[in-house]
Design a protein around this ligand. Structure first.
Ligand code: ADP
Ligand code: TPW
Length: 590
């Protein structure tokens, strides 16, 4: 443990040096925070320094932690949250008080919404002044503001309680359904001196932070009974399945049952998208047709049309289809949130899927051939149609011809982590670019939030290890674009590809009045985004053809240098709101 020798303690009352008193070793709040994190295997902090946490960032680095300093707290927060998703350990975001805290809060709320474990640690002002609203420097009642946006919120007032505060934050973030946690550390806490031994004893190494949750045997039997009788079964994998890291068990469930499966966006790659049982290319066929659906770590929220309506074969948007659902989830409250769940299996995915597998022996009936053939037929038809579209080489480039290149590059580099945001840039990438390994696709998640791009890319490079490919809409990129400096500063192997169509969704909107102001949906035409990366010493390339894009991406992956490719595409390419026009009834048709 880092300690400070307290010379004052070796001075006798009255100021005379006490020759016999031994120097008392003390530690302080700064060191206890660092030691508590390190004791729990947390070795990376994403943040942005300033009063009162500047010294904490310095001391953390001095103590051997990796401190990744950003240009805006929101990006540090997104980085922390996705580090949590990738590793299963809570990602730490460290900010200053009020404005820094608020900048980090969007990411904390997003983490909670997405079930990513993250701890937002913010310095805060003097409690006495804040509570009397006397106007302290960066005054704000941060704890109260954070509380409704996260799973749990704690404040530590005494250095002796830092161990408990950090332990509680870790447990809250990763146990049960993971989520965001807020930890409020007032400025006064950091310099508080504590006897080093007492400090050491106050720290907690959390034992079993995310305990297994074993499903009830009767719940498992109920699920197996329902699944066995299915004529048109389907498995739906969500990002909870990816997070659980139960990759082998999930693969065994899919392959032993022979059931077609659909991965949600961030579940792509748990099994390779090229797996023969992958039904992604037949999504609009399998959802309404399936009779029994096994949801594994996926919620029936808007991304799955709430489990009802025409997507599921219902006759109207409110009507349920004929599916019966088995839902494997760690949250006992999730079942019945949108439609009836006939068979909830509550527990962690590893334990639940293992328990299901124990009841699926060699004699388990394969799904009827009629169903498998129908799925295969639809899939083959759609794959052939897509291949035709991808083979085209229009001038200017469009989403398909650019993403055909990305598809090849990811195939050749299956360990690369793909970060993805935008509207069309998101939807087309998700459907065109196959993933081959788990937790390699990181995107806008449950909220469809723009701005995750560069924060996720930094985290992917720092904790994910692999090279990173970020496929960005030009609008989406703008939310976090300044972090290309961070990418260059830490010399991270990130290749950003901006699918640049000069605007939000597309770039050809006009001001209907004919006035001088551009449409709210368009940007500067022909913007040279690649120069941003060059400004900080990285590589910038403008690509106007698939061949140029391919060469630049190959070089970026070979060199591992920070690279930004401005892929200029047709400004008329793109649909308002991408694939979710149904949620936007006033969307302008092309
Ligand atoms: P997607 O957007 O991919 O459909 P969601 O975020 O909607 O996925 O759903 C993820 C679900 O996974 C949540 O309901 C969450 O409770 C659950 N979950 C997360 N981690 C685990 C785990 N280890 N075991 C079981 N369920 C989990
Ligand atoms: C925090 C609303 C959804 S998608 C999008 C916006 C602004 C940008 C689409 O344009 P882009 O992609 O990125 O150029 P493309 O391929 O369609 O041209 N603010 C936040 N989140 C969201 N989702 C929005 C606004 C939005």
């Amino acid at each position: 443990m880092a300690t400070v020798t307290d010379t004052a303690a070796s001075t006798a009352p009255g100021g005379h040096a006490a020759a016999t008193a031994p120097a008392q070793e003390t530690t302080d709040g700064f060191h206890l925070v660092i030691d508590a994190l390190k004791l729990n295997g947390i070795d990376t902090i994403f943040g942005l320094p300033g009063i009162p946490i500047t010294d904490l960032t310095r001391k953390a680095q001095a103590a051997g932690m990796r401190v990744i300093s950003f240009r805006h707290e929101q990006n540090a927060g997104y980085a922390a949250s996705v580090a949590g998703f990738m590793t299963g350990k809570p990602g730490i975001c460290l900010t200053v008080s009020a404005p820094g805290f608020l900048n980090g809060l969007t990411a904390l709320a997003n983490a909670t919404t997405n079930c990513f474990p993250m701890i937002l640690v913010s310095g805060s002002s003097e409690r006495e002044i804040v509570d009397l609203q006397q106007g302290d420097y960066e005054e704000m009642d941060q704890l109260a503001i954070a509380r409704p946006l996260c799973k749990a919120a704690f404040r530590v007032l005494h250095a002796e309680d830092i161990g408990v505060g950090v332990a509680r934050a870790i447990r809250a973030a990763v146990s049960g359904r993971p989520g965001g946690v807020y930890l409020d550390l007032p400025a006064k806490l950091f310099p508080q001196a504590v006897d080093a031994e007492a400090g050491r004893r106050s720290l907690i190494k959390v034992v079993d932070p995310a305990p297994r949750q074993i499903p009830a045997p009767e719940a498992v039997k109920r699920a197996l009974d329902l699944l066995k009788g299915a004529k048109r079964p389907l498995i739906l994998l969500g990002k909870g399945a990816a997070y659980s890291q139960a990759d082998a068990e999930i693969r065994a469930l899919v392959e032993k049952t022979g059931i077609p499966y659909l991965p949600m966006s961030m579940a792509k790659g748990i099994l390779p998208d090229t797996h023969p049982q992958c039904a992604s290319a037949a999504r609009s066929f399998v959802l309404p047709e399936a009779d029994v659906v096994v949801l594994v770590g996926a919620r029936l929220n808007w991304l799955l049309s709430h489990g009802k309506g025409k997507t599921w074969g219902g006759k109207s948007s409110k009507e349920w289809g004929n599916q019966r659902f088995i839902q494997v989830d760690i949250s006992p409250q999730e079942a019945d949130s949108n439609v009836r769940i006939d068979s909830p299996v509550v527990g962690d995915i590893g334990s639940c899927v293992s328990a299901l597998l124990a009841g699926i022996g060699a004699g388990w009936p394969k799904p009827p051939a009629e169903w498998l053939d129908a799925v295969a037929e639809r899939k083959n038809k759609n794959v052939a149609k897509m291949a035709e579209t991808l083979a085209k080489n229009p001038v200017p480039m469009n989403f398909h011809s650019a993403l055909n290149v990305v598809r090849d590059i990811v195939k050749a580099n299956p360990d690369a982590i793909l970060v993805n945001e935008g509207a069309n840039a998101l939807d087309f990438t998700r459907s065109i670019v196959d993933m081959y390994k788990p937790r390699k696709r990181l995107d806008v998640g449950t909220w469809g939030v723009m701005g995750i791009g560069m924060g996720f890319s930094v985290a992917a490079a720092v904790v994910g290890g692999g090279p990173v490919i970020a496929i960005e809409g030009d609008s989406a990129f703008g939310f976090s674009g300044m972090e290309v400096e961070t990418i260059c500063r830490y010399d991270l192997p990130v290749c950003v590809v901006i699918l640049n169509n000069n605007g939000v969704y597309r770039g050809d909107e006009k001001n209907p009045t004919g006035g001088k102001d551009p449409s709210p949906l368009v940007f500067v035409k022909g913007a040279r985004y690649e120069k941003l990366m060059e400004a900080f010493g990285g590589v910038g390339v403008q690509a106007t053809t698939p061949a140029e894009l391919r060469a630049a991406m190959e070089e970026a992956l070979r060199s591992r240098r920070p690279t930004l490719i401005n892929a200029v595409i047709d400004e008329g390419a793109g649909t308002e709101s991408g694939r979710i026009t149904a949620l936007n009834p006033t969307a302008k048709k092309k």
